[in-house]
Design a protein. Structure first.
Length: 596
């Protein structure tokens, strides 16, 4: 048997509210929205199926997935736990691994079982060599079936794989875009996302009938039979032996005749979109649906050889209410109501609470907070009723409610307003409000970082580095607010930094004088800038006299540069220096007169 979608992939609006509607061609992981109570029925005196019928008394959690073999029943509960029970010697029931807490769906066969985990991992059990329990560690699947010691899975990429004992039939190759797989002793089916089915194995159940162009939404196999649910809610069952006789007229035209879940063995059972369970076949113990299911919103059915099981969706909240907004006097809170697994008889109602007490008249989804709620935690409750069941769902509380606050305004100024690199500046944030002197902090943002300063007398200051680069700088200030004052953020302040001024000086020295030349003339250049401002850059030195020469040299961070000229003719000279400046310093010139 495959690990299949036993919860309806599409539930009519009469059954589900707040649940996400799945497409007709869904994968094999059931929707938690339709989880609920389990009902079983069948041949209680059967030495095989009889033990699979009594539901364990401690199975109280909602069931999200159910499967059946000829002698066992297995479920996955909404909290991810796995339970399997049945006849003595049933390995599928006796060898279930302990400690599973994240299961999503279950598959059972005679002597074997498997669960699909929420993350796509697979756990399998049963006796064989090689054992089906040796699931490849890298397997991530979206549908799984187990049969005769063989595990078969649809990988998350839509391809097929198998492990464990060799299959009793040749596996197909090259299948892609799969969403589901189901296997029995002699044959198997695979469902593609486009609604087509591939069959393989032996016997009549492996031979597809003519579907007349219909797309398939669900597949199922068991013993020598196969079955499908078409996208339009009709069904087809085929295979060897006597097929379950006298099926209901499932024409798919109304919710009462549109099938959403199908189980096949010697008998068959189905759930229609109106939540009704149908059963038919030669075994009257299985073919007669218990009266306890009358009028109940069933979502899924599983069929064993001698018994059947159905999940009846429990009326419960799927999502809790959510409260948004500031819990502060004068502010308005907004509630998003709870959603429910089934449609209530009437529209759900809402109620706001302050602590444990209902706030009189506060039933809308918004609540304007007043001084009456000061110091209290606020929550929202959604209440819904269906038949005899009433469900209340409470939000997480917000609060406690704090006093009303007044608006604030934050303004920025800088002093001095203008200046060059090397000038120390102070940025001042002034916070004002109509509620007295604000307290708290101001965070200045800009010039490469954040600085938080305390607010005193409505002001906070930040001294900018004197080495702030030349150009335009943007600074903002964000006031944190306090118990009486709302936060506020200033407009951006533009701080313009001009280039620093510079002075360039030159000093000449001639050495190695002969009658005609000075063998070397050294011009030492000094560029002075404000403290902390680097004049690093270039300077061009030009000699004018009997010898005309020019050279460009580097100025270091200390403002020093040296230019050397060789074989300078004797006479009077003027050395002109032109400092080019840099990103933060203006250009400058200087002169030095000397005799070579």
């Amino acid at each position: 048997m495959r690990l299949r979608t036993l919860l309806a992939a599409t539930v009519t609006s009469a059954l589900a509210v707040g649940a996400i509607s799945a497409p007709a061609l869904a994968t094999s992981v059931p929707s938690p929205a339709a989880a609920g109570a389990l009902t079983t029925w069948g041949s209680t005196t059967s030495p095989l199926g009889g033990a699979a019928i009594p539901i364990p008394v401690d199975l109280t959690a909602p069931v999200v997935s159910v499967a059946a073999s000829n002698r066992s029943t297995g479920v996955v509960t909404l909290d991810g736990h796995v339970r399997v029970w049945g006849g003595a010697g049933a390995a599928e029931a006796e060898q279930v691994p302990a400690g599973i807490t994240d299961a999503a769906a279950i598959s059972l066969a005679i002597g074997y079982g498997a669960v699909l985990h929420n993350d796509g991992r697979v756990t399998a059990w049963g006796a064989d060599s090689p054992p089906v329990s040796e699931v490849p560690t890298d397997l991530r699947a979206k549908a799984v079936t187990v049969q005769n010691g063989t595990g078969i899975a649809v990988r998350t990429d839509g391809t097929l794989t198998n492990w464990g004992a060799a299959p009793s039939f040749t596996m197909p190759t090259g299948l892609t875009n799969l969403v589901d797989v189901s296997a029995a002793n002699t044959h198997a089916l695979a469902l593609s996302a486009d609604g087509t089915v591939t069959a393989w194995g032996s016997g009549p159940a492996s031979v597809l009938p003519d579907f007349g162009g219909k797309k398939v939404a669900k597949i199922t196999t068991n013993l020598s039979r196969s079955g499908v649910v078409f996208e339009d809610g009709t069904i087809a069952i085929w295979g060897a032996g006597t097929l379950p006789p006298n099926p209901p007229d499932f024409n798919g035209l109304t919710p009462a005749t549109k099938v959403v879940s199908l189980g096949v063995w010697a008998n068959a059972a189905a759930v229609t979109a109106d939540g009704k369970v149908h059963a038919w076949g030669t075994n009257t113990d299985v073919a007669v649906v218990p009266s306890s299911l009358d009028g109940k919103p069933a979502a899924a059915v599983a069929m064993g050889q001698f018994h059947a099981a159905a999940i009846v969706t429990t009326f419960r909240d799927l999502t809790k209410p959510i409260v948004a907004g500031q819990p502060k006097v004068g502010q308005t809170l907004t509630a998003t109501p709870a959603t429910f697994s089934l449609t209530p008889d009437e529209q759900a109602t809402g109620q706001w609470y302050a602590g444990e007490d209902a706030i009189e008249g506060a039933t809308d989804t918004t609540l304007a907070l007043s001084a009456a709620q000061l110091g209290k935690s606020i929550s929202y409750r959604t209440t819904a009723t269906r038949d005899e069941d009433t469900v209340t769902s409470d939000s997480e509380p917000v609060g406690p409610v704090t006093p009303a606050t007044v608006a604030s305004t934050t303004n920025l100024s800088v002093s001095p307003a203008t200046g060059a690199v090397g000038t120390a500046r102070t940025v001042t944030a002034t916070v004002s409000s109509t509620g007295g002197n604000p307290t708290g902090t101001v965070t200045f943002t800009g010039v490469g970082g954040n600085v938080t300063q305390p607010l005193a007398g409505g002001k906070a200051t930040w001294t900018l580095p004197a080495t702030l680069a030349a150009g335009q700088h943007s600074i903002t200030a964000a006031y944190s607010g306090d118990s009486n004052t709302d936060p506020s953020t200033s407009a951006a302040l533009a701080v313009a930094v001009a280039k620093a001024g510079a002075k360039a000086k030159a000093k000449a020295k001639a050495t190695g004088k002969t009658k005609k030349v000075a063998k070397k003339v050294t011009i030492t250049v000094t560029v002075k800038t404000p403290n902390g401002v680097s004049p690093a850059g270039k300077v061009t030195v030009t000699l004018k006299g009997k010898t005309k020469k020019k050279v460009t040299v580097k100025v270091n961070a200390k403002g020093k540069a040296t230019a050397t000229f060789k074989k300078v003719k004797r006479g009077k000279y003027t050395a002109t220096v032109k400092y080019a400046g840099n990103a933060n310093v203006k250009a400058a010139t200087g002169k030095a007169k000397f005799r070579a």
